[in-house]
Structure formats: structure tokens, C-alpha cells
Design a protein around this ligand. Structure first.
Ligand code: FAD
Length: 398
């Protein structure tokens, strides 16, 4: 590790890895630090992602694809199932990744492009000069080192502290943190080609329960509920245990994770003097689905591209970095987040009876493509009141 780099990336998840890889490929000297002893572990993710989303950043490789999906079941509170089958889904379906290998692959690619990588190395404070971020204090096995950088990219995930230390408000309202629990279960009867989403207050208040197959008899089985619905006896894990004891009484749990997903709006500003914030740290998770792998990679790459231009122009101040903020907000990803946040705010207020009615109406759904947007569009066609109520919500939110 050197004492000075062009770019310091804090966090070795998909956001940090894409930032480091992109910047190193374009000739910057880069250091990526990860506080955990291994990249990719422990996994705190259900590992679902669209095929096209992956292909935008990395060539698909069977080593890190656990399952290739052919469809999805959405189960209403009363048990009615809406099936989105492969013939409806066309080619736009997804993968269940093996993130232990996927995340490593991305960081290997960054290292191969020339980035230095340090694991078990925690950024514990920013270095600030004249109000601008100029690097960080890095702790490795109890030893602290100051490492200077022209720009720091904070890719430190949902628990992000780095940008807060730099004076940016990163608070997420409790009701907009999905608290989650997930078991990797084996020896269970599942359809290995389909994801399953279960909705309703009994199963997952203001959230959903998922079964994401990772093989013939193995799946990530998890539940996310609103932080404000969580409490003694009704935490995410309690909902999960109740479901699992009924549905998979003989299944074996081989991994157990808990984690939070922010389903709020993104940070008001994701750039500062010498600083850019990407991925979960920027709160760019899709508020409707809780998916953030793609958004982390997308923002990581964009931030690195901006870093390259800013450094070559010799100006790493906030104004020079703000085009990064504008670029992701104006992108398809940014617009999807804005739209899906409003839809999420609408859906979480629906009583179970209304959710049942919406899913009943969709029993004969025929979709040309398999995406959240096409699903919402089809549901709206069948439920014109949805459009009016969403419009009213939009107006009330300003
Ligand atoms: C239960 C659950 C299920 C999910 N399921 C899905 C899903 O199916 N599909 C999907 O797309 N998304 C899913 N997500 C969200 C997804 O996991 C994240 O959006 C994604 O990992 C974000 O990537 P990132 O690089 O921003 O952050 P992360 O992957 O969280 O990486 C951040 C890294 O920064 C490191 N770090 C933190 N602080 C420091 C520091 N001070 N110094 C050095 N390193 C630091 C952390 O150890 C971590 O490795 C899920 C999340 C949860 C919790």
C-alpha cells in the first residue's frame, strides 16, 4: 500500500469493485479497502438480479451463477398465485448469483486492471484539508495509516459511515429500513426455475417474503419487513421462522443472515469536495424491490468515470464532481428509483383485501417482457383506480 493514490475506494462490494475497476482501467492509481477479512463474505443478499443487468458490467460466468430463472410466482395474502411464466417472460429473466464468488470476481477484475486491494482494512476517518476530502485514516490489525487521495469514493454499503464523517446526512427513517432475515435452506421442495414472492400483513408487513432458488433443493428463503413493524416477537426472523416451520418443516438451514435494506429516497446529494458516494451508501436501492446490486455497480462505474475526468482537469471540488450526481439521477436507474419509491409508498398502505383484488385481476396476465415496470403497467391496466390513487399520492407528496 502506498501513502498516496489518485482514488481511494472505501468498500469492496459491487459498487466499490466497479468504481475501482473502471478507474484503474482508465489509468488512475487506485486503492480499494474492505474492512472484512474476505471479499464477498458473509453474503447479506438474496442474490437475485436481471440477466441484462449483469451483462452490462461483466461477462456471465457459470462459476457465480447459482440458478437461471424461467419465471416467478407472486402470491397474494389469500394464497392466490399469479405466475409469470417463461413464455410470458421472454428472455428478460434473471439469475440467482453466488455473491461470494461474484463479488470476488469483480474485485479480481479491479486488481487485474491495476488497483491495489487491502482487506481487513477499515477506513476509520476522512482526511480533510481546507474543507475537502483528501484521503482517509486506514486501520489494519490495530495499526493506523494515513493514505492521501485526490478523490474518495464511499462505497461502504447500507451501514455507511464515511460520508456521515464528511458531514453528509445519511439518516434513513426507521420505517424505510427493511429489516431482513434470510436462511440458506437445503433439502426443501421448491421449483428450481422460479422465484416466489409472498405478500401480506401475516407474512411480511410492508415488505415481502422470498424464495430464491439456488439449486434443485436449495434456496435463499428470507423476509423483509418495515423497521417500524419490527418488535419483540414480530421481528423479521419471527416471520421467517413461522413460514419455514409450515412450508419447509424438514428443511435444513446452512446459513443464516440478517441485514437492513434502505427503501427510502436516495441521498439529497451524492458528491462533495473530493468525495462521491455510490451504491447502498448513496441509498440508491430500488425502493420497491430492495434490489441494489445493479444500482451499486452502475453508480460505482459512473463515479469512477467522473473521477477520471475531474483528476485530469485538475479540479476535484464539489462542482466538478456534481455531474456524477446529475448523471445517475437523470439515468433510467435514477428515474426508476423515483417512480418505484412512489409506488412503494402506495403499496405498503394497501390492506390485504386490496392486494388480493389486484392479484386476482392479474390471473390472466400476458407480459411481453419481464420487469417490475411491465408488471406495474399491466396491473394498472386492470385496475384503473390504481392510477387515480397513485396520482393522488404523487400530488400529496409534492
Ligand atoms: C437480506 C438482503 C437481501 C437482498 N437481496 C437482494 C437481491 O436479491 N438483489 C439485489 O440486487 N440486491 C439485494 N440486496 C441489496 C444488495 O445486497 C445491496 O444493494 C448491494 O450489496 C449493494 O452493494 P454496495 O457495493 O453498495 O454495498 P455492499 O455490498 O454492502 O458493500 C459495502 C462494503 O463496504 C465495506 N465497508 C463498510 N464500511 C467500511 C469501512 N469503513 N472501511 C472499509 N470497508 C467498509 C463492507 O464490509 C462491505 O463489504 C439485499 C440486501 C439484503 C440485506
Amino acid at each position: 500500500m502506498k501513502s498516496k493514490y489518485d482514488l481511494l475506494v472505501v468498500g469492496g462490494g459491487p459498487g466499490g469493485a466497479l468504481a475501482a475497476r473502471t478507474a484503474a482501467e482508465k489509468g488512475l492509481s487506485v486503492l480499494l479497502v474492505e474492512k472484512r477479512p474476505a471479499i464477498g463474505a458473509p453474503v447479506r443478499c438474496a442474490e437475485g438480479i436481471g440477466k441484462e443487468a449483469v451483462a452490462e458490467f461483466v461477462k456471465p460466468d457459470p462459476r457465480w451463477i447459482s440458478a437461471e430463472l424461467k419465471g416467478a410466482d407472486i402470491v397474494a395474502p389469500d394464497g392466490t398465485t399469479m405466475t409469470l411464466a417463461s413464455e410470458q417472460a421472454g428472455s428478460k429473466v434473471g439469475y440467482i448469483l453466488d455473491r461470494k464468488i461474484f463479488d470476488r470476481e469483480l474485485v479480481w477484475q479491479a486488481a487485474e486492471a491495476g488497483a491495489d486491494v487491502a482487506v481487513k482494512t477499515r477506513a476509520s476517518a476522512p482526511l480533510i484539508e481546507g474543507g475537502a476530502v483528501k484521503g482517509a485514516v486506514l486501520e489494519f490489525c490495530g495499526e493506523a495509516r494515513r493514505v492521501n487521495a485526490e478523490i474518495v469514493i464511499a462505497a461502504d454499503g447500507v451501514e455507511s459511515k464515511f460520508s456521515r464523517w464528511c458531514g453528509i446526512d445519511t439518516t434513513v427513517p426507521v420505517r424505510e429500513i427493511m429489516t431482513s432475515a434470510q436462511y440458506l435452506m437445503t433439502d426443501i421442495d421448491i421449483d428450481p426455475d422460479k422465484t416466489v414472492f409472498l405478500l401480506g400483513n401475516e407474512v411480511a408487513p410492508e415488505g415481502y417474503l422470498w424464495i430464491f432458488p439456488k439449486g434443485d433443493r436449495t434456496a435463499n428463503v428470507g423476509v423483509g419487513i418495515s423497521g417500524k413493524k419490527s418488535g419483540q416477537g414480530h421481528r423479521a426472523r419471527d416471520y421467517l421462522d413461522r413460514f419455514v416451520s409450515k412450508r419447509f418443516p424438514k428443511g435444513k438451514t446452512i446459513e443464516h443472515i440478517v441485514g437492513g435494506v434502505s427503501v427510502c429516497q436516495p441521498l439529497a446529494c451524492t458528491a462533495g469536495d473530493g468525495l462521491m458516494i455510490v451504491g447502498d451508501a448513496a441509498r440508491v436501492v430500488d425502493p420497491l424491490t430492495g434490489g441494489g446490486i445493479y444500482n451499486a455497480m452502475f453508480t460505482g462505474k459512473l463515479a469512477a468515470e467522473r473521477a477520471v475526468s475531474a483528476i485530469s482537469d485538475g479540479n476535484t471540488g464539489k462542482r466538478a464532481l456534481m455531474p456524477y450526481d446529475a448523471a445517475w439521477r437523470n439515468s433510467h436507474m435514477g428515474k426508476t428509483i423515483a417512480r418505484n419509491w412512489q409506488i412503494k409508498e402506495y403499496l405498503i398502505k394497501l390492506p390485504d383485501e386490496k392486494l388480493n383484488a389486484i392479484i386476482h385481476s392479474a390471473a390472466t396476465l400476458k407480459m411481453k417482457e419481464f420487469s417490475t415496470l411491465s408488471l406495474i403497467k399491466e396491473l394498472m391496466k386492470r385496475n384503473p383506480r390504481l392510477v387515480m390513487e397513485l396520482a393522488a399520492l404523487k400530488a400529496s407528496l409534492g
